[in-house]
Every structure is written in C-alpha cells, then in structure tokens.
Design a protein around this ligand. Structure first.
Ligand code: C2O
Ligand code: CU
Length: 544
C-alpha cells in the first residue's frame, strides 16, 4: 500500500460550467476538483489550504469509512472545526475498500457552490470480480445561476424563498445552459460555444469492448435518471459495494449514491449514441444533460441517428421503485446480524419554527453547535450540545398521509448515543409535507458506515414489517432513498468509534435541519489532532 499526496487550495474562481460565467468554489483554480485515485489499502494525504477570503471550509470524503480517523471525516461542527481562511489542515486517512466515491464540502452549502470532485479506489490487482476493457467516470451535479449565499439566505428568511429547480445538470462539471442539444448540432445561433469549460462530454469507445461507467451523484437537490441510446447497462456496483449484476435500460441515481454499470459496445459502429440524464421526482424545469458515446472511428461531430433517450415521467414512482428494489448484494457480501439490539424510528417532517420552514426528525430540527461534537465528547467537555436524549419514536397515531396537525417543531443538537459493537436498525418514515398531497424524496446518507438495506414499503411502517425484512441478500450502501409516503429500513453495526451524522443528502434539506448525529465508542478514539479542535470550547481548553 502506498501513501498518495495531494495539495488542495480551495478558493473562489470565475468559471463557466454551463457556458454562463459565475463565481464558484474551485480547487487549485479549477472546477471540479482534482480526481483522487488510489488502490484499496492506500493512505491518502490531502493538504488543504483555505484560500476563501472570508469563510471556513471542510471537505468530506463521501463513502470512506474513516476507520480509526474520525477527525478526518470533514464535517464542520461534528468531526472538526472549520478551517479558517489562510489556514491549512491535513486530511490523512485510509481508503479501505475499492469503489466509486467522491468528496465534497460539508459546511453550509459549499457543495452547491461547486466544492466537489471524484475519489476512485481500485481493487487490488486481480481482485475485481468482473472484467472490462476500460472505464469512464461521470460525476453528476446540478447548478444554479443564483449564488449560494443568496440561496442560503432564501431558506432562512420570511417569506421562505426556495432555491427552485437548477438551471443546468452538469456531467464532470460541464453543462450547456438551455441548449444541450443545440451544442451538439452546432446551431451556434442558439448557444454560446465559446468556452472549453462547458464543452460537451464525449466518451470515446472502441467497438466490441466492455466498458465500466462509474457514475456518482453529488447533486445539491436533483434525483436523476440516466440512459444510453441502444445500449443496456449491467449494474455491478452501488456505493462501493458489489451487487448482483442486473440488466436495465436506465438507472435512477439520488444525491449521495454511486453506481458502476457495464456496457458492451456491440451496436452499429457507423453511429454515435446519446447518453442522457434527466430529473426524477420533481417537475423538471431543467433540460436533460447530454453526452455522446463516440464509436471509433466515427467523427465526434457525427450526430446519433436516433433521438436522445427520454427520462421516465417525473412522478412515475413505480419505475423508480422497480429499479431500487432490484439492487441486491452480490453473493459473498457480508450478511447482517439476524436481529438488532435497538430499533430507532425516524419520522421525517416538514415543520415551522417561529414561522421559518424547517425539516425535523422526530420533531427536532438539527442545529449543530459551534464546538464540534467529536472533540467535546472525547474529552468530556460539558455544555457543548443539548444533553437531552433525542426521541427514538413518534406518536402511534401520526397520520403520515396528511400535513402535520401541529406544524410546530423545535431546534436541537442532542446525540443518539449508541452502544459500541451493537446492531442498530433505523426505520426512516416519510410523511406529507406542509402542503396537501405532497411528499418528497429524501436520500439518506450515513457517515462512518455502510449499512444493509433491509426493506422499503409504502405508507406507515408496521411492527409486522420486520418479518418481511430481506436478511438473505440486502445490499450494502451508504446512501438510501426514502420514497414519498414510504418507509425504508436499514441495519448496521456500531464498530467504528466516532461521531457520525446521518442525514438527508439534499443540501438545502440538511441546511434546514434534516439530520441526526450518532456517537459510538468515542472512548476508543485515539488522540485527535489539535487542528481539529481549535475552535469553540475545545479551542479555549487547548489554549489554557
Ligand atoms: Cu455526502 Cu454528510 O454527506
Ligand atoms: Cu430531504
């Protein structure tokens, strides 16, 4: 195993991700950030310098478990203090498992401002369980023309101003605002093709080969659907875990998820083909993103003979569920313990606090404290966060199909303390929002762990649903979808000392309080670097 060193300088840049110039966050003067590539077992060392003039920064390595290094998880107020302007922080951690991952800002809404990149971990030589000739990576995101400070303000003002649908879907940081198709057809009158920063993505392939496409979504909001003209896809990996190969026409991908699919370039070689990505789960107001699969030796500019594939109707949830339910673990994947030691139900509601719109879990909207949890718990510093135990359940007669009868909620910062090496079940329960007949998709992401997805269902979770849990081949994931008006059940073992958030990966939802904080085995955490503690009350202690 090797150590792989990177220098990241985070700062504002002028960039034109969709051919319209805006200010955004870049790394080393570019967007998206550099791709980190390693082999399973390697150690990654990232020296991060904050060159944002007036704000802190942290970076989270999404899907990396941080075994033994919980302070390197990159969550402001949870694992570390935000890195101040002009300061440097070194992230050092092991990538224990092969897979398709990514990294992103985890402070305020810096992810939506463009702070992200790919992180790909290769299997040790000869250990990849399926074969392919070459690969391409697609990091998907969504982009707004309004700056993130204004987006953030809108969420916490009265009247509430929602961020709305994105202007553009980006592939590897590139998109074409309002003219993705015109870009390819060369109708330059419709489109300003002036800038290589927004040049369309082209995937070059040779005929009769097998390609692995690594697809990851770090969208701020959007649920996406991806399809390739004339080509079926075989899904083989989800969130860094191998799955039982399944052949599909299109895949749904939620924010925080990653998939690998195999495609075989066995179609008519005289043509190129479209890859298209559209929005699911919200009435789309954004043009699909397009890329071209360029068959050798066709010219890049040769247009596919058929139209780009069309995304299924945005609210056809049966289509999304059918795809999601098909993903099961590959044979040989570790099995979950047969029983859990503790079951915690998490009611997801949209609420109001003093007239502000919030999201709450069991009627508590997460508001993280200025002193990070990890250091304060490890060193027994008092009065950092609420000592109150957050609720493990909700009222039996809560009607999940109707807006809340009492929409009022409260802010909180309490921690779910989990016994070390125990088996925990979370039951995520969706509900109707503040508006009649609306329930939204929430992709939930757990830090520090993979979990088994034991089941999904419509309506309210019942005790008897436990008997139906999939204990035979549940997929291991780090992000899972909670469908509108439905429930999702997960299981994991608390074997990774640290403090870990579990939250909706939609950035504005997290910002509005949609998450919880877990702690396990904090007494086994080894010495936390001082740089992670140098703020709030732990910072005061350090100086004394
Ligand atoms: Cu990728 Cu806490 O998120
Ligand atoms: Cu959400």
């Amino acid at each position: 195993a090797k150590a792989r060193h990177y220098n990241f300088e985070v700062g504002y840049i002028y960039w034109s991700p969709d051919c319209e110039e805006r200010m955004m966050i870049g790394i080393n003067g570019r967007f998206p950030g550099p791709t980190i590539r390693a082999k399973a077992g390697d150690t990654i060392v990232i020296k991060l310098k904050n060159s944002l003039p007036t704000e802190g920064v942290v970076i989270h390595w999404h899907g990396i478990k941080q075994l033994g290094t919980p302070w390197a998880d990159g969550t402001a107020s949870i694992s570390q203090c935000a890195i101040n302007p002009d300061e440097t922080f070194v992230y050092r951690f092991q990538v224990d498992k092969a897979g398709t991952y990514f990294y992103h800002g985890h402070y305020g809404m810096q992810r939506a401002a463009g702070l992200y990149g790919s992180l790909i971990v290769d299997a040790p030589d000869g250990e990849e369980p399926f074969r392919y000739d070459a690969e391409h990576s697609l990091l998907l995101s969504d982009w707004w023309h309004e700056n993130v400070q204004a987006q953030t303000l809108g969420l916490s003002t009265i009247p509430f101003r929602w961020v709305g649908e994105p202007q553009t879907i980006l592939i590897n940081g590139r998109g074409q605002y309002n003219c993705s198709l015109a870009h390819f057809t060369g109708e330059t009158s419709l489109c300003k093709i002036t800038n290589s920063q927004c040049a369309p993505v082209v995937l070059r392939v040779l005929p009769n080969k097998t390609y692995r496409l690594r697809i990851a979504s770090t969208t701020s909001l959007s649920s996406l659907n991806l399809a390739i003209g004339n080509h079926k896809m075989t899904v083989v990996e989800a969130d860094g875990n191998y799955v039982k190969p399944v052949i599909v026409d299109d895949i749904d991908i939620y924010s925080g998820e990653s998939y690998s699919v195999l495609i075989t370039t066995d179609q008519n070689t005289s043509s190129n083909y479209w890859l298209s990505i559209g929005i699911r789960g919200r009435l789309p107001k954004t043009q699909p993103a397009l890329a071209i699969i360029n068959y050798h030796p066709n010219s890049l500019s040769k247009l596919p003979s058929s139209k780009p594939p069309v995304t299924p109707q945005w609210n056809k949830y049966s289509h999304s569920k059918a795809f999601t339910y098909k993903i099961v673990a590959m044979d040989g994947t570790p099995m979950p313990p047969a029983k859990s030691n503790r079951q915690i139900a998490l009611l997801n509601t949209q609420n109001k606090i003093d007239g502000y719109i919030k999201w709450s879990i069991n009627n508590i909207s997460l508001a993280v404290p200025p002193t990070p949890y990890l250091g304060s718990m490890k060193y027994g510093v008092k009065n950092v966060f609420s000592a109150e135990k957050p609720p493990e359940n909700f009222s039996e007669d809560y009607d999940v199909m109707r807006p809340p009868i009492n929409p009022n909620s409260k802010k909180g910062s309490g921690v779910y303390k989990l016994e070390f090496n125990s088996t925990i079940d979370f039951i995520l329960q969706n509900t109707n929002t503040l508006s009649e007949n609306v329930s939204e998709i929430h992709p939930w992401h757990l830090h520090g762990h993979d979990f088994w997805v034991l089941g999904y269902g419509d309506g309210k979770f019942k005790k008897s649903d436990v008997a139906e849990f999939n204990l035979k081949n549940p997929p291991l994931k780090n992000t899972v979808v909670l469908f509108p008006y439905g429930w999702t059940a997960i299981r994991f073992v608390t074997n990774n000392p640290g403090v870990w958030p579990f939250h909706c990966h939609i950035e504005p939802h997290l910002h509005m309080g949609m998450g919880i904080v877990l702690a396990e085995g904090v007494e086994f955490v080894s010495k936390i670097p001082n740089e992670a503690l140098a703020c709030g009350i732990t910072g005061q202690k350090l100086r004394n």
